[in-house]
Design a protein around this ligand. Structure first.
Ligand code: ATP
Ligand code: MG
Length: 312
């Protein structure tokens, strides 16, 4: 295992951040640690990267104990924090050279590594510009590059795309995929199911400092019923007809929101269900205002996984 965590506990004064947290990450895979604000994601990453000591439990990274062999662990990990670590005034290249020197590379080795990484993360053209002129996606890719200076076998990414627009998120996702293709093991935290879905082989759902569910994206999604198909009818009088159609197609009792003239149900084969419902509504002459396929939100995942027992 690249990451092995058993019963990790960490308390900050009266606040319990990790409450018996367990995790396994196999070498060469991406694990998505998915959880809401305050769930304990950053604390877990900080313990695993030896920045914080756990109160109890066991954690190994790349075969070394984070508490007893922190130097061994540090040599084998990269960490990209939740907040950017790069200097705004320096250029991307200068930032990477600086990180290289911090990691004790020689000047020429640091320069060579900076060039390699700028190429690697699509920053070769902008490498000599000050970081304050970079877009959000470029900054985040520079952060990734800084975390990869020593080509570590295990990389921790704390919310790599929070606050980025869709295009920048895609750029960062591509960068992560290229690292994984080279064999890097990645543990990334995220609040977004779709991000975990895009990148992760395995997802661990964390809430209130504990792992509450885990599995492949497909396993988790099938447990929570997959996508939702929602139909908003033009005329409230058509709601029962639309609900009946959706019930037949989805094979489940749809939820009705009379005020918004909306019915919705979980569907398994999203495209087939969408096509069928469009045809059926059209054939039935039901005027429709909107039809949408929607991924379950993180809230819905949590509510489903915990049977609605989770408090905010
Ligand atoms: N240094 C600290 N001192 C006191 N409390 C802390 C400290 N670090 C974390 N906590 C608390 O521990 C809990 C878990 O925090 P953590 O930062 O690990 O959550 P998170 O899942 O990373 O949240 P976010 O999505 O907001 O980044 C929170 O209630 C937080 O307030
Ligand atoms: Mg955090």
């Amino acid at each position: 295992m690249s990451v092995l965590v058993d019963g990790l506990r960490k308390r900050f004064r009266d606040k319990v951040a990790l409450d018996g947290f367990d995790l396994r990450v196999r070498p060469g895979t991406v694990c998505g640690l998915l959880g809401p604000n305050g769930a304990g994601k950053t604390t877990a990453v900080r313990v695993l990267s030896t920045l914080v000591r756990a109160d109890a439990g066991r954690a190994e990274v790349a075969g070394f104990d984070v508490g007893r062999q922190p130097a061994q662990v540090r040599r084998r990990i990269g960490l990209v924090g939740q907040h950017a670590a790069v200097d705004e005034v320096l250029s991307g290249r200068q930032n990477l050279e600086l990180f290289g020197r911090l990691y004790h590379l020689t000047g020429s080795r640091a320069r060579a590594r900076a060039s390699e990484l700028l190429d690697r993360f699509g920053l070769a053209d902008t490498g000599n510009r000050a970081v304050r002129h970079y877009s959000g996606g470029m900054r985040r890719r520079l952060d990734l590059a800084a975390g990869m200076i020593l080509a570590p076998p295990v990389l921790f990414l704390d919310e790599p795309t929070t606050g980025l627009d869709p295009r920048a998120r895609n750029e960062v996702w591509d960068a992560v995929r290229s690292l994984v293709a080279d064999g890097t093991t990645v543990l990334l935290t995220t609040q977004y199911l779709d991000e975990a879905d895009q990148l992760a082989d395995q997802i661990a759902v964390i809430d209130a400092g504990r792992a509450i569910a885990g599995g492949s994206p497909a396993e988790l999604k099938s447990r929570i019923g997959g996508d939702r198909l929602e139909v908003v009818v033009h005329d409230a009088a058509d709601l029962p007809v639309a609900a009946e159609l959706l019930r037949t197609i989805a094979g489940a009792e749809p939820e009705r929101d009379v005020d918004r003239r909306r019915v919705g149900a979980p569907v398994r084969d999203r495209v087939a269900a969408l096509t069928e419902v469009v045809r059926a509504l059209d054939a039935g002459g039901v005027p429709v205002e909107d039809i949408a396929l929607r991924r379950p939100t993180l809230d819905e995942v949590f509510l489903t996984l915990t049977d609605g027992k989770v408090s905010a």
